[in-house]
Design a protein around this ligand. Structure first.
Ligand code: SAM
Ligand code: GLN
Length: 293
């Protein structure tokens, strides 16, 4: 007779199996993947430990286990990742949105809100460079109903995913998607209240040292920031002020140890006034806001 696999038993087996493969969060990953296969919240698993899996569920779960043991990130297996309280579709064409990036989103929303509330009535439109899944621009549009956005990505596959997310969150009528190279598609688009970006910022030589989950699965074009990781910031610091209204701002996510170089660049361009540096929960400089004079 075939062995009976209950939810409790298969979770325990999978946790041990993932441990052997050095998966960082073996139990959590097992639960998230089983929840995905059964189409249930994780809490369901806890109150149904004795429920057996049928053969179809078992086969689907085995496929997930195999993929995760090969280090495929859970979000690429399930096709979703939560960010700013929203479930974003993700594929291997999009970076998996990181919790750190919520700092950029919250920083930008706070400042956009203040500008939008001023007498000049500006604050209506921002640009987000490097769309990915749409994590930054779409979560802002979801929470700020009066605001519009333009977003640029060089990857048509990423844009296709972000468009699906825009439909899902019902914000498609307030966003324009442009395929092209970073700031170039903004020419002839007028001026924005703000430009936001989480560009690729990993120094080229550091990429090989990243976890296999990241370097073997996430799009290289979303990570590689050139020799010192600062290529995209050079473009932004020199050129983006031309596309920002007076009194508007550029807000960027930055990598570890990059704030000093960025502050130096800001000093060299007379179009930037006040600069703010925002730290993440680990105390690392994570976001820089540069105000256009
Ligand atoms: N904004 C998303 C997020 O925070 O999750 C994705 C950020 S990911 C680090 C950077 C994105 O920039 C990728 O989607 C990548 O395709 C895009 N990208 C890379 N080079 C680009 C370029 N030259 N022009 C426009 N987009 C580019
Ligand atoms: N934060 C990402 C990582 O550490 C990198 C994303 C980026 O280059 N913007 O893998």
């Amino acid at each position: 007779m075939a062995e009976i696999w209950t939810i409790g038993k298969i979770l325990k087996w999978t946790e041990e199996y993932f441990q052997k493969y050095n998966i960082e969060n073996p139990r959590l990953d097992a639960e998230v993947l089983l929840g995905y296969v059964l189409n249930k919240e994780r809490i369901f698993l806890y109150v149904h430990f004795d429920q057996p899996l049928d053969s179809e569920e078992l086969a689907k779960f085995k496929e997930c286990i195999k993929k995760r043991a090969m280090k495929m990130p859970v979000a690429y297996i399930t096709g979703v990742r939560e960010f700013m309280g929203l479930d974003f579709k993700v594929t291997e064409a999009t970076l998996i949105p990181r919790p750190d990036t919520e700092i950029l989103v919250e920083t930008a929303m706070e400042r956009l809100g203040k500008i939008a509330g001023n007498e000049a009535g500006t604050g209506k439109c921002f640009a987000d460079l490097g769309t990915g899944s749409g994590a930054i621009c779409l979560s802002i549009l979801n929470y700020m109903k009066e605001i519009e956005a333009v977003t640029v990505d060089i990857s048509p596959k990423a844009i296709a995913v972000a468009k699906e997310n825009a439909e899902k969150f019902a914000v498609s009528d307030r966003i324009e998607f442009l395929e092209g190279d970073f700031l170039k598609p903004l020419e002839n688009k007028g001026k924005f209240t703000a430009i936001l970006s989480n560009p690729p910022y990993i120094p080229k030589q550091d990429i090989l040292g990243l976890e296999s989950d990241v370097k073997d699965f996430e799009p290289m074009g979303a990570l590689d920031g050139g020799i010192d990781g600062l290529d995209f910031y050079r473009q932004l610091l020199v050129k983006s002020a031309n596309y920002i209204e007076d009194g508007g701002f550029l807000a960027i996510e930055i990598g570890i140890n990059q704030s000093q170089a960025i502050l130096e660049m800001a000093k060299r361009n007379l179009m930037w006034g006040k600069v703010e540096v925002i730290k993440d929960l680990a105390g690392i400089d994570r976001c820089v806001v540069l105000w256009k004079k």
